[in-house]
Design a protein around this ligand. Structure first.
Ligand SMILES: [Zn+2]
Length: 359
């Protein structure tokens, strides 16, 4: 246990330190990037073994588990993807993956795969057509389906250094709230969008990941619930890789450290920390989303930081004004009354008769 004693007068207050965050932040433990051979922070699994879902739940916490002292030793000789000394001395069970970023990265992957499928399908359809007859029919139907979920989304060609189309596609970077909307609404809209031969599997992947994400947010889950989560997670990865070689993006090599951690490390966190929701980066991410929205939609891009602060202040001011115009009516109508003065109009609030203190 990394218990840090904080001395204050004559009292020692024991503090247990935890770190939560996205994968890049957790690399402060001294690891190389997520693409290195042994990229997992908690164990020494090789990247080629990450798609193997046959191991039991606690396997990678036992035979291949890392410890902070081992990372320190490995960093001296650049072994097992350890490149630097950890910035903090902490037991690895107290380093918790953020559920929000796990959802963001995995939905990124699922969305990228949909875009690639549409690109491949349009290419096949256009193969023997004259340039004038070529269309982006399938890509357009995907964009339409995503837009119909209430999410603004577009796909375009990346430009090369000379300002010409590179042939590579890029698409709107979606925020956390957009991705949650897609998880709920998109699966039912993919019916006439993706290729019929793999339609059922693709829809199931989206739906099952939505279910997994809900389970990830369990508070104080029982052991049987955690086991249920683990079994569902392994089945999800097997379903994902079953499309490998049939569609682009689902190969075994695409099982990222995030996906491996979701299956083999998150169950231990759920068990040890009574759920991982308390470690979420949702609050910070919401602020980040708001700043990005302001920068992209409302700023003239000359001084983004100043614009973000100004808009934030304006929104706060407007929210305050609207409270005094309408919000106070709502909050007072919801309040329980000791006596009903006018039973015929239970929602009526006579603002004029309120004293200054009551307002
Ligand atoms: Zn691992």
């Amino acid at each position: 246990m990394a218990v840090v004693g904080h001395s204050w007068a004559t009292i020692d207050i024991p503090v247990e330190v935890y770190i939560g965050g996205d994968y890049k932040f957790l690399l402060l433990l001294g690891m190389k990037s997520a693409t290195s051979d042994h990229a997992c922070i908690w164990c020494k699994i090789h990247k080629n073994a990450r798609s193997d879902m046959s191991k039991p739940k606690d396997f990678y916490w036992e035979s291949l588990a890392r410890s902070i002292t081992e990372i320190q030793t490995h960093a001296r000789s650049s072994k097992c993807s350890c490149a630097h000394q950890p910035l903090i001395n902490i037991p690895l069970e107290n380093v918790v993956l953020d559920e929000l970023h796990l959802m963001l990265r995995i939905t990124d992957k699922l969305t990228t795969n949909l875009v690639m499928e549409m690109q491949d399908w349009d290419r096949e359809d256009n193969l023997n057509k004259r340039p004038i007859d070529r269309t982006n029919m399938h890509m357009d139907s995907l964009i339409k389906a995503i837009n119909s979920c209430g999410v603004s989304f577009n796909v375009w060609q990346k430009m090369d250094g000379n300002g010409r189309e590179s042939g590579l596609l890029d698409f709107t970077s979606l925020m956390g709230s957009d991705k949650k909307l897609l998880l709920q609404k998109l699966p039912s809209k993919l019916e006439n969008v993706v290729k019929p031969e793999t339609l059922e599997t693709v829809i199931k992947l989206w739906k099952d990941f939505c279910e997994l994400y809900k389970l990830l947010q369990m508070q104080d889950p029982r052991l049987d619930k955690i086991l249920d989560y683990f079994n569902k997670a392994t089945r999800w990865v097997n379903l994902f890789t079953s499309l490998g070689g049939i569609r682009n993006g689902y190969e075994m090599a695409r099982v990222t450290p995030y996906v491996h951690a979701m299956v083999y490390h998150v169950p231990r966190f759920l068990e040890k920390h009574q759920g991982i929701k308390r470690f979420t980066g949702q609050g910070v991410e919401k602020l980040n989303d708001d700043c990005r929205r302001v920068h992209l939609q409302r700023s003239n891009k000359w001084d983004a930081a100043k614009d973000v602060l100004l808009v934030g202040k304006r929104v706060k001011h407007l929210a305050f004004q609207s409270y005094w115009e309408t919000g106070i009516l709502e909050s007072r109508t919801k309040r329980q009354r000791i006596g009903i003065v006018n039973p015929g109009e239970p929602n009526a609030t006579d603002l004029d008769s309120l004293s200054l203190e009551e307002i």
